[in-house]
Design a binder for this molecule. Structure first.
Ligand SMILES: [Fe+2]
Length: 174
């Protein structure tokens, strides 16, 4: 007999207010990319990325309200905005992110804010067998949620149009 005792949970749902969030924030994210306003976070392995992770956390109420609502409805919990860290990234010209994980956070999420057919999805790695990977089928407006310990990467690629995502961590130690 063989069975899995600790399967990896993975959620994919639509962000109800996706269009509102995109219309309100995407232009400023792309402007930040054009002006190269962020440093690569210290300790990250990538040589090319554009992320607000180290310098600016998103604290806008409307964004956080939306994501906290999604987490709470999916998990039937009562998390609060203060338990989340939220940031964004833009990819267009060979940006990428190496294999990494978000521990010691509990759950992490990626909202695909600007995501076209040309754009590559992140790739996830089986914690029990690193040669086993999973590439979710995602489209713009989706949010995926996964345990923070699961390693993932964003492949390097050159795109005609920007690929923009908002990421967040749920920190239950806060
Ligand atoms: Fe990540």
């Amino acid at each position: 007999m063989k069975f899995s005792i600790f399967p990896v949970d993975f959620w994919k749902v639509k962000v109800p207010s996706h269009t509102t969030i995109k219309d309100k924030y995407l232009d400023s994210f792309i402007e930040g990319y054009a002006n190269n306003i962020y440093q690569i976070p210290s300790g990250w392995g990538t040589q090319k990325c554009h992320t607000s992770f180290q310098e600016i956390r998103l604290i806008e109420e409307d964004i956080l309200d939306e994501y906290v609502g999604i987490f709470n409805s999916l998990l039937r919990e009562c998390y609060t905005q203060e338990q989340f860290d939220c940031w964004y990234q833009v990819y267009k010209d060979s940006e990428y992110q190496e294999w990494h994980e978000h521990s010691p956070s509990t759950l992490s999420a990626i909202h695909f804010l600007k995501f076209d057919e040309e754009h590559k999805a992140p790739v996830f790695r089986d914690p029990n067998n690193k040669s086993n990977t999973y590439t979710p089928e995602v489209e713009e407006g989706d949010i995926i949620i996964f345990p923070s310990y699961v390693q993932h990467c964003v492949p390097e690629a050159q795109y005609r149009n920007h690929r923009a995502t908002i990421a967040l961590n749920l920190n239950l130690t806060k």
